[in-house]
Design a protein around this ligand. Structure first.
Ligand code: DAK
Length: 258
């Protein structure tokens, strides 16, 4: 594992953990930090010791968004040349489950990072917002797209236009997060969830994520064809043989990820 300046990375019982580590700036995402997050995700994705990846923030907030100081004076040409959030697109290529444990402020680019997770567990009191409109800009790393696909056009327009804060309860009611827990239990509950996933057959998890992600973009017919191929593909795995044999022999399956 590389050493990082703005994040901390560890592995705990099959769960790779990435902690954003700029708490004094509320984990505002500078460019190096985004690059580090994506590098760590890719390294954990290729590391057999981690079956699932948990991402969280140190301090009281997940992230207050992209680092405003860093980008305030950029010209459009600089942004195009820096290709600031190109790294972001690589998050969509991560095959393992990504579970976000969020709390405090989840704003702007931090909200976009949260929406890139597969599962989101929020501490009570968490506030989500796209405040970019108040800076004279708009979300640029998938916010308008991902939010709309989850909550629909009506609420997405309202929230991104006004920049208003969305409570964890409202987020849950709109299917944006999976559950709310107390802040004290956030890491414990999220690790518990991640460890539960880490015990499942990794190839099945991988192809389930792949198939469900396709449902967002494909027609029902195309998606069902795609799903079927993934279903067939799993019959090439030893874990399918082990899983079904264990059921027949009434014992617990021992999955190997092959
Ligand atoms: N950037 C830089 N520093 C930040 C920051 C941010 N986004 N958010 C907070 N900080 C810093 C504050 O400046 C302060 O630093 P010091 O003054 O202590 O040195 C420290 O963190 C603590 O913040 P506050 O003192 O303000 O704390 P409060 O509890 O009073 O307020 C707050 C918390 C979250 C309400 C407030 O800090 C705030 O409004 N922060 C800004 C939130 C925001 O507007 N976020 C959106 C940023 S824009 C792109 C794609 C995407 C994006 C950009 C480009 N491309 C494709 C090119 C994404 C853009 C965004 O996320």
């Amino acid at each position: 594992m590389s050493s990082f300046e703005f994040i901390e990375v560890s592995i705990d019982e099959g769960v790779g953990i990435i902690e954003l580590n700029r708490p004094k700036q509320l984990n505002a995402l500078n460019r190096s930090m985004v690059r580090e997050i994506v590098t760590a995700l890719e390294q954990l994705d290729g590391n057999e010791a981690a079956a699932a990846i948990l991402i969280t923030g140190k301090g009281h907030s997940f992230s207050a968004g992209a680092d405003i100081d860093e980008m305030a004076n950029n010209s459009p040409i600089q942004l195009e040349l820096i290709n600031q959030f190109a790294d972001w697109d690589r998050i969509s290529l991560i095959k393992k489950p990504i579970i976000g444990a969020v709390k405090g402020f989840v704003f702007g680019g931090g909200f976009e990072l949260a929406l890139s997770c597969d599962v989101l567990i929020a501490a009570s009191g968490t506030q989500f917002s796209f405040p970019e409109v108040n800076l004279g800009v708009m979300p640029g790393a998938g916010g308008t797209q991902r939010l709309t696909k989850i909550v629909g056009r009506v609420k997405a327009l309202e929230w991104v236009w006004t920049g208003e804060r969305i409570s964890a309860e409202t987020a849950l009611a709109h299917g944006m997060i999976n559950r709310i827990v107390s802040e004290e239990l956030l890491m414990e509950e999220t690790k518990k969830f991640a460890k539960k996933l880490a015990k499942k057959p990794p190839l099945a998890l991988r192809l389930i994520k792949d198939s469900i992600n396709k449902a967002v973009d494909y027609s029902l017919y195309e998606g069902m064809q795609y799903e079927r191929k993934n279903f067939y593909l799993l019959f090439a795995s030893q874990d399918q043989k082990e899983g079904m044999q264990a059921f027949i022999e009434k014992r617990k399956a021992q999955f190997k990820g092959i």
